[in-house]
Design a binder for this molecule. Structure first.
Ligand code: GDP
Length: 425
């Protein structure tokens, strides 16, 4: 059975915690898209971890953690992340990396950095991890697949030269920076060979066998629906699909094997980077929610940047769930909202005198104003509660109103960052 865990919003919904929790019953956890540009924060018996590239299953001895072909693979970063776990006493995890994954190169990071600087105030708010140049190169067919490290060296050298010719047109003439040296690029690639060798695997063949044996498999998404390059707030999106459907491609499994899609929904909104955000709040109101939010405040796991904050957006979340093909929702960080006298829920978007309830395209979205309804607060601490009936009535009303608005069953309510802080319904 394959289950995908994905986000309905702008990312940072708490997917890491839900994956870490569900990984307990899983044999395999797979990252299928993105790279080290977003992070999951996980708190468990070993401590607090910010994982960027490794799947959230790495804390269990019985799980195999896989980097699928759809991931932007930064090899030194991966090795560093594996070592950082070992340093904190986590037993060495079983990790496999797809032989079809492509390699994120140092020049992708340079290009990302140069491009952000060139765009200055008009930038996309990139984490400068090289993700956009990486995926551009993949689809321009000038990327390096892991398998190529183990092929013919002369062919690799010749390709490094070809790639540098293209890159240097940009580096020298557009960015006015130093040209790449093809020999150095080649040597870099060769240095990656031994680093990655112990992990390389024909992942789709491995998963084909695992599925035949009835193994439990989790696909772990990064970011959320609204950052999807096709269905999100283009162009303020990420560069690989954040949707569960892409899990089939980015891991190499048949799409019909994805039986459950657990979409993680945040009880309020947060976003990083630029782009329309209709229910955004500002000033002191935003700051209070930011400081109370998540575990230790809403600040980026990779960059430490303060996240943009907002109230729950039912229009965006209903769309986010629909586009994922959600079968159940995990509603997270609801414990954070106990300080509010009343809870605003964005139920519509005002646009040109009309009220929209379907999530529009970006050009319209930028002109939308939120329409709120308000529910009474519960004004108490709800961490530690384990049964749904024991939640304060106003908290249950909030959960049930959200469920009604998004049209998908909320099966899990997360009321704290720890593994045990979860209420099943
Ligand atoms: P992800 O990228 O979707 O995994 O999300 P992040 O890890 O960036 O952000 C989620 C943050 O919220 C992390 O710091 C989690 O420890 C924390 N978190 C997850 N679920 C809950 C919850 O129910 N309550 C609280 N207070 N924090 C939570």
């Amino acid at each position: 059975m394959v289950r995908a865990i994905v986000g309905a919003n702008w990312g940072d919904e708490g997917k890491g915690k839900i994956t870490d929790m569900l990984a307990k019953e899983s044999d395999i956890v797979i990252r299928f898209q993105g790279g080290s540009n977003a992070g999951h924060t996980i708190i468990n018996n070993y401590g607090k971890f910010a994982l960027h590239l490794l799947p959230s299953g790495v804390f269990y001895n019985h799980t195999t953690s896989i980097i699928g072909n759809g991931v932007a693979l930064n090899i030194p970063y991966l090795i560093k992340e594996i070592h950082s776990l070992e340093e904190k006493g986590v037993p060495t995890p079983h990790i496999l990396v797809s032989d079809r994954a492509q390699i994120l190169m140092p020049y992708h990071i340079l290009q990302d950095t140069y491009e952000e600087a060139r765009l200055a105030g008009k930038s996309f708010g990139s984490t400068k991890s090289g993700i956009a140049p990486f995926y551009s190169d993949k689809f321009a067919k000038i990327g390096f697949q892991v398998s190529e490290l183990f092929g013919d060296e002369d062919a690799l050298k010749e390709k490094a030269e070809r790639v540098c010719t293209i890159k240097n047109a940009l580096f020298v003439h557009l960015y006015h920076q130093e040209a790449l040296d093809p020999q150095k690029v080649f040597e870099e690639l060769i240095s990656y060979r031994e680093m990655i060798r112990p992990y390389v695997c024909d992942v789709s063949a491995y998963l084909y066998q695992a599925l035949r044996e009835g193994k439990n498999i989790l696909l772990e998404g990064q970011l959320g629906s609204l950052k999807d390059p096709d269905h999100g707030i283009y162009p303020m999106v990420t560069s690989s699909s954040t949707l569960a459907a892409y899990g089939a491609i980015g891991a190499g499994i048949p799409p019909y094997e994805i039986k459950e899609i657990t979409t993680v929904v945040k009880a309020y909104s947060s976003a990083v980077g630029a782009g329309a955000f209709v229910s955004e709040i500002f000033g002191e109101e935003a700051n209070e929610l930011r400081v109370r939010g998540g575990d230790g405040g809403e600040f980026g796991a990779t960059t430490g940047r303060p996240r943009r904050m907002g109230w729950f957006d039912a229009v965006a979340t209903r769309y986010g769930c629909r586009i994922q093909g959600t079968t159940e929702v995990a509603l997270t960080v609801i414990d954070v909202l106990g300080y509010l006298d009343q809870l605003p829920i964005c139920v519509g978007y005002e646009y040109n005198g009309e009220i929209l309830t379907d999530f529009p395209t970006t050009s319209i979205l930028e002109k939308c104003k939120p329409v709120y309804e308000y529910l009474p607060g519960w004004k108490c601490e709800i961490r530690g509660i384990r049964r749904y009936e024991d939640l304060p009535e106003n908290c249950r009303r909030y959960v049930e109103r959200i469920e009604e608005l998004i049209g998908v069953p909320i099966k899990m309510v997360s009321n704290g960052p720890g593994r045990e802080d979860i209420i099943y319904r």
